[in-house]
Design a protein around this ligand. Structure first.
Ligand code: FE
Length: 346
């Protein structure tokens, strides 16, 4: 009799254990993170999938234009499902910060090897990759020694020879903010006014269109982000490669403050219900393997030092970067926008 009772209890216990172990995976997979990304899915999805596999935290990825996502998060208010925002440009990240959309990231979730320049001074966002806004020039029509600094573009010799996209583009706003940060507003205005007077035509099209315009001799230099040139050079499309072959890239201000650099970055939403998991994702995206993959897929530079870059980027050597002012780009954005308006940058 005693033995039977023991046998029944043992069986019940066994059943409870089985139940717990069957339920455990579904309990952990109930953990989710909603990631809103202004970047194309291909540039982030494989990494998010890897995070999901390693942690059991299910990732729901929403991709759309960054400004539309920011508007959506703002209008959703406290009820927003968004836990994370990934987007490009410190100017835009800072706009979301000033709209009070971000939670303060616990600094312990950010690798100590990430330089402070790439982290918001109030820990509202952190960079994921670096991009350089610089010059491509016509191999036929330009002697590369004629442009060493961004300020050289203000010289008369560039009259009617410069192509760049419009001033409503955040890349250009941050570039001008960097000129203000380095020269003060008055001198920045005089430099940018002269550069605008050297434009070959009214700004239109994206960065690739500016590279194409140089290849077609519509202008001799174009202000672009480095990775567009890199992608065109390595394109599967022969026409794109032929276009890129007609131009070369130069990194400016190498003997001074360094080339203008910006970031893609990430922040945790103020009303996220999954702060701990969101911080786990940030830690994951800043580890060496993630950093190398994430930078490589878009021909960018990792924010984490001592990471490998693509062969093409490493062939360009070590580039001196104007990184100390990244934290000022957001604050100076309104000044930059007004300055560009005053000097007639369309
Ligand atoms: Fe871009």
């Amino acid at each position: 009799m005693e033995n039977t009772r023991f046998f029944i209890d043992y069986k019940a216990l066994h059943a409870i254990f089985i139940l717990i172990f069957t339920l455990l995976p579904s309990i952990s997979s109930a953990e989710e993170l909603n990631v809103y990304s202004g970047r194309k899915a291909a540039l982030i999805k494989p990494l998010l999938q890897q995070f999901q596999e390693e942690t059991g935290i299910k990732i729901n990825l929403v991709t759309a234009k960054a400004d539309a996502l920011i508007k959506r998060i703002e209008s959703e208010g406290e009820s927003t499902p968004a836990d994370i925002l990934i987007t490009v440009d410190a100017g835009r990240l800072d706009r979301a910060k000033k709209m009070d959309l971000f939670h303060t990231i616990n600094p312990s979730s950010i690798s100590a090897e990430i330089p402070n320049y790439y982290i918001d001074k109030d820990n509202k966002w952190v960079g994921l990759s670096k991009r350089i806004r610089t010059i491509v020039y016509s191999k036929n029509n330009v002697n590369k020694n004629d442009i060493l600094d961004f300020e050289d573009l203000a010289k008369d010799m560039w009259k009617g020879r410069i192509c760049v996209r419009s001033s409503n583009n955040i890349y250009n706003q941050s570039l001008v903010a960097s000129v203000i940060a380095n020269h003060g507003e008055e001198q920045a205005e005089s430099i940018v006014r002269k550069i605008v007077s050297n434009f070959a035509k009214n700004p239109s099209g994206n960065d690739r269109a500016q590279i194409t315009a140089v290849a077609k001799n519509e202008c001799d230099v174009a202000i672009v982000n480095h990775y567009y040139y890199a992608m065109m050079l390595q394109s599967k499309d022969t026409k794109q490669r032929q276009t890129a072959d007609k131009v070369d890239i130069v990194f400016l201000n190498q003997k001074g403050r360094g080339a203008h650099v910006n970031i893609s970055g990430i922040g945790i939403m103020k009303y996220s219900k999954n702060i701990t998991n969101a911080e786990k994702l940030i830690t994951f995206l800043l580890n060496k393997d993630s950093q190398e993959w994430y930078a490589k897929v878009n021909n960018e530079y990792p924010v984490l030092g001592a990471c490998k870059v693509t062969d093409l980027l490493s062939s360009w050597g070590v580039i001196n970067l104007d990184e100390e002012i990244i934290n000022k780009l957001g604050d100076l954005n309104p000044n930059a926008v007004k300055l560009m308006d005053r000097v007639g940058w369309q």
